[in-house]
Design a protein around this ligand. Structure first.
Ligand SMILES: C[S@@+](CC[C@H](N)C(=O)[O-])C[C@H]1O[C@@H](n2cnc3c(N)ncnc32)[C@H](O)[C@@H]1O
Length: 272
């Protein structure tokens, strides 16, 4: 949903980085004349017919399961003898959110994390699945939480450099088309000195549970995937890099701080 907050958000064309202008029903790149349409209050930066690879595969998957996503994660926690709140608290507690902060969740899904975060910040949610964003819009309305929602791929964020006080991601990066590019984008839009958080399932969780379960086996048969914690994909110069494991080693939580000096140089990247 577009609020006043989004209109002032300094949106950029995620592919050319030119500033966008808001028109009636779409954002316009005045240089290329490209238009990014607003559908039900959500600007769409990557329609499905322009997606490729695993991003297309998982966008379709999450579109299909969007209605059941929340209930299945609540149920999963219950079957494991815990609650969604307790599990989320393990990693969301690592975030540094202060009053009035601008907070971006990349891959917000149905916005379940926002239910557990302080209400006195300005939230922006970004996701590739329009179905999940539709659920996010519905749940946020029910919970009376204000957030701006945007559709697109994490490898190309439509936000200006150094826009957010807090940037975080939970649960999708293992299977992004280009994890390194997505991390570089999260860092680009985070303010210098801010702490970033990246959470996903560990390799052992994917191999021993998802790849063996008859319901998820087909989706996760990705033999050549690097499922290690993506520390090696961070550009050089990140500070206070830490990896923690939670929930019986099922999830990893990577945190690091963007240096005060600003953008890391592309040449500065550590390669795997
Ligand atoms: C497991 S869900 C996590 C949702 C939410 N962060 C949470 O913790 O409940 C993973 C999300 O990643 C999104 N996703 C997958 N690939 C993506 C990509 N390349 N760019 C942006 N989002 C992506 C999916 O659409 C899905 O909503």
């Amino acid at each position: 949903m577009i609020t006043g907050n989004a209109e002032q958000a300094n949106l950029l064309d995620p592919y050319t980085r030119e500033p966008l202008r808001m028109e009636q029903g779409y954002f316009l790149n005045p240089v290329t004349n490209d238009r990014f349409y607003i559908n039900g209050g959500i600007p769409v930066f990557l329609p499905e017919n322009q997606m490729s690879g695993d991003n297309l595969k998982y966008s379709r998957f999450y579109d299909r399961i969007s209605r059941f996503y929340r209930i299945s994660s609540v149920l999963y926690c219950w079957l494991k003898g815990t609650t969604e709140q307790k599990v989320k608290k393990l990693y969301l507690d690592q975030l540094e959110i202060n009053e009035g902060d601008r907070v971006l969740e990349v891959s917000i899904g149905s916005a379940d994390n926002l239910l557990h975060l302080p209400r006195n910040a300005f939230y922006t949610g970004f996701d590739i699945s329009f179905g999940m964003l539709t659920m996010a819009r519905r749940q946020l309305k029910r919970w009376k939480i204000q957030a701006d929602l945007f559709q697109g791929e994490a490898e190309h964020l439509p936000f200006a450099d150094n826009s957010f006080d807090v940037v975080f991601h939970v649960g999708g990066i293992n299977f992004f088309n280009d994890k390194q590019k997505a991390l570089a984008e999260m860092i680009r839009v985070a303010k210098p000195g801010s702490k970033l958080l990246v959470v996903d399932e560990t390799e052992s969780m994917v191999v021993n549970t998802y790849q063996k379960n008859p319901f998820s086996r087909k989706l996760y048969q990705l033999a050549d995937r690097d499922l290690s914690v993506p520390v090696h994909l961070l550009p050089g110069g990140m500070k206070e890099t830490e990896v923690r494991y939670f929930f019986e080693q099922k999830i990893y939580c990577l945190t690091f701080r963007k240096p005060l000096g600003g953008q890391p140089e592309p040449d500065d990247r550590k390669h795997p």
